[in-house]
Every structure is written in C-alpha cells, then in structure tokens.
Design a protein around this ligand. Structure first.
Ligand code: TYC
Length: 115
C-alpha cells in the first residue's frame, strides 16, 4: 500500500491537483478568465473635440493629456480604443456615452469589439 498523502488546508481548498492516493495529477482549472471587449469610439464631423475629451475623462478615467491623444487619434484614423473591459462594463460604458452624447445632440458613436 502506498504512503498516504495529506494536504494542508490551503492546498486542498485552492489548487488544481487531484490526489489519487499515490500521485498528484494536474487537472483542468475550473475557473475561466472572462472575455475582454474593446470599447471603440468612431469619428464624425460634428461632435466637438472638447466634448470627446470630456467623455474620455468622465467615462474612461483618462487624464486630459491622454484623452487629447486618443481624441486626435480617432479624429485622424477614424476609430480608436477608449478602454478594455469585461462585457457588462464595456456595454454599460458604450451605452452611457451614447446617451450622454445624445443629450447634447452630438452624433458620437461607440462600438464593442471582442479582444
Ligand atoms: N472630428 C471631430 C471634429 O473635427 C472630432 C471628433 C473626434 C469627433 C473624435 C468624434 O470620436 C470622435 N470636431
């Protein structure tokens, strides 16, 4: 008969090993990392640059210098990344920005893209 193996409490609570009595076998982790989504901003001809900078500060926690860089990138390239989040947070931010822009009658558009 093989030697018995006792795990410490923290080992048996947390790890991915399976004890078959003799050897520890690595098994597939039971937890999955959530998928991430880019929140993209689209350029348009009407939304004021200052408003876009304000949105990036207010909804994406950007400082003024970084917000300005992102806004100029979108202005020049047509599209840019505001932030990367799990689905629920990304979707919420896109909706909040769209609603905020509509309140001030700006046509600013947002999109989500799976990473
Ligand atoms: N193109 C706009 C302008 O010249 C500025 C702008 C930048 C609009 C980024 C939208 O996502 C945008 N006023």
């Amino acid at each position: 008969m093989g030697k018995k193996y006792f795990k410490t409490r923290s080992e048996s609570d947390n790890d991915n090993n399976q004890n078959d009595g003799n050897v520890l076998t690595k098994v597939k982790p039971k937890t999955k990392k959530p998928s991430l989504y880019k929140v993209l901003m689209l350029n348009d001809d009407y939304t004021p640059m200052e408003f876009v900078i304000e949105v990036l500060e207010k909804f994406f926690g950007k400082r003024q210098d970084e917000a300005t860089q992102i806004m100029l990138h979108v202005h020049q390239k047509g599209i840019g990344v505001c932030g990367i989040y799990t689905y629920e947070i990304a979707e919420t931010k896109a909706v909040q920005v769209t609603n905020y822009a509509r309140k001030y009658e700006h046509p600013l558009q947002m999109q989500l893209e799976k990473e």
